[in-house]
Design a protein around this ligand. Structure first.
Ligand code: HEM
Length: 443
């Protein structure tokens, strides 16, 4: 067996070098996530391809375009509230097959997972999976299973002979893109799929369209029909479990720290005081709330979704932290280890959102900077969906906290497993919830 060629790196300067300064390429591990043999924004190791594709896709995640997606997120949040209200008034009304929990108990992990699929389904394909309503759409489950298997097979190639991968969720993406294109102007709606289709049309009109040589077009990062399908599927993969895990984690820390939850609710109540009772918070009302952002940051610091590290391949012999690293070595940027370092985050394993607030931090003089906190990675391969994810997390968390009292249910397992991202091993985290009748300022 060849010697392992992976080096784990948790040093602040070395991580910066890997992700930003040297900007090493992604590793072959990412190729395990290549769909239908197509390079994609997420999986490609080719820098020219990536540069071109990122140029085409990134504007979809600019704040201006994201604003057009806000109503979609509000609608999905509304469906969630309706479903939760229904279960709270009748626990037996949970989805067929799901466990009936005691009155007021909600498996929030399951609902965040279902909700994030509905949101990304609506925004990337123009169709909700309606997972919040009845959890029965085959695509999210089939996709999650295939991706888990594909990661297992990347590390254990012999498994490929035992269980072939089922990529039928790709067919779903293909059909959605086909329908949208067929519908032409009548099918137009503001979402990520439309953005890709419009970008493809623009490229063609500017003379940057496909040449007809499929392989050359792929390597050049041209927006072919297949590329549009693959990138929309990448959004589905990269934008579902990540956001749902981050939202579940934040809610978990909040219910385990009731005074923090109370403080956050006060901030949200004040920011939305002019809204009619029960109205969704607008993104402009909550976008800059310091405590909301501090709570999300602190939860992503403690439980980053890419906890097992970001793999990159060293393209030349180099010296890192005094160690010789030969060309071809995979360096694993261990962001979780950095986030848990006492040197940068005193009392590192404690949930203390105040550490993010200059005026309230119990650790004055310990400045937090962009070099120690990497939940969305950094450099050219940072998360293109960061603004989308922050908008989704802020809107959904604020909506839940404004609508419900929440209480910790003790004695639950909270250990994690990691395939592509980390997720609760039990796929369950139960919170006791009660509808808020009136906002605090009205009581
Ligand atoms: C809390 C939610 C999220 C977290 C914590 C997160 C985290 C990350 C991280 C750490 C990477 C870098 C991976 C690597 O270097 O191997 C990444 C890349 C990426 N993410 Fe996210 N992500 C989130 C949500 C989203 C969403 C909502 C989308 C799309 C709708 C998205 C799309 C992508 C894409 C396309 C890439 C590859 C970018 C490139 O290489 O240019 N992510 N994300």
């Amino acid at each position: 067996m060849p010697a392992p060629n992976i080096v784990s790196v948790a040093d602040k300067d070395a991580i910066r070098e890997i992700l930003v300064t040297a900007d090493y390429s992604k590793s072959e591990i990412h190729e395990g996530l290549e769909l239908v043999k197509q390079h994609s924004l997420f999986s490609s190791r080719n820098k020219d391809f990536h540069k071109n594709r990122r140029r085409l896709v990134a504007p979809a995640f600019g704040l201006q375009y994201l604003r057009t997606l806000e109503p979609i997120m509000h609608n999905c949040a509304k469906v969630l509230i309706q479903k939760l209200d229904q279960i709270l008034s009748d626990p037996k009304s949970v989805t067929r097959g799901a466990k009936v929990l005691p009155q007021g108990h909600i498996n929030i992990c399951s609902f965040m997972n279902r909700l994030s699929f509905d949101i990304i389904g609506e925004t990337a394909f123009g169709q909700s999976f309606e997972m919040v309503k009845d959890d029965s759409h085959p695509v999210p489950k089939q996709m999650a299973k295939s991706l888990k298997r594909s990661m297992q097979q990347t590390f254990n190639p012999w498994m490929r002979w035992l269980i072939p991968l089922d990529y039928s969720f790709i067919q779903f993406g293909r059909e959605r893109v086909h329908h949208r294109k067929e519908a032409g102007e009548n099918g137009r709606r503001a979402d990520l799929l439309q953005f890709l289709i419009d970008a493809q049309a623009r490229e063609r009109a500017n003379g940057n369209g496909e040449t007809g040589d499929d392989y050359a077009d792929m390597i050049a990062g041209k927006l072919t029909d297949q590329a549009v399908e693959v990138e929309a599927l990448v959004f589905l993969i990269a934008g579902s479990e990540t956001s749902s895990t981050a939202m579940t984690n934040t809610l978990m820390y909040l219910v385990e720290n009731p005074s923090t939850l109370k403080k956050l609710r006060n901030e949200l109540d004040q920011a939305t005081a002019s809204n009619p009772q029960g109205a969704s918070p607008l993104y402009d009302q909550i976008r800059h709330l310091p405590y909301l952002t501090a709570c999300i940051n602190e939860s992503m610091r403690l439980r980053p979704v890419a906890a097992s590290g970001l793999p990159r391949e060293v393209d030349n012999d180099t010296v890192m932290g005094g160690y010789h690293i030969p060309q071809g070595t995979i360096v694993l940027a261990q962001i979780a280890q950095l986030h848990w370092s006492e040197e940068y985050f005193p009392e590192p394993r404690k949930f203390i959102p105040e550490r993010w607030l200059l005026e309230e931090t119990p650790f004055p003089g310990v400045g937090i900077d962009d070099f120690t906190f990497y939940p969305f990675s950094a450099g050219t391969r940072n998360c293109v969906g960061k603004n989308f994810a922050m908008m989704e997390m802020r809107l959904i968390l604020a909506t839940l906290i404004l609508n419900y009292e929440m209480e910790h249910v003790p004695g639950q397992r909270t250990d994690y497993v990691q395939y592509i991202t980390t997720a609760l091993a039990t796929e369950s985290y139960v919170i006791k919830m009660q509808k808020r009748e009136q906002r605090a300022d009205l009581i």
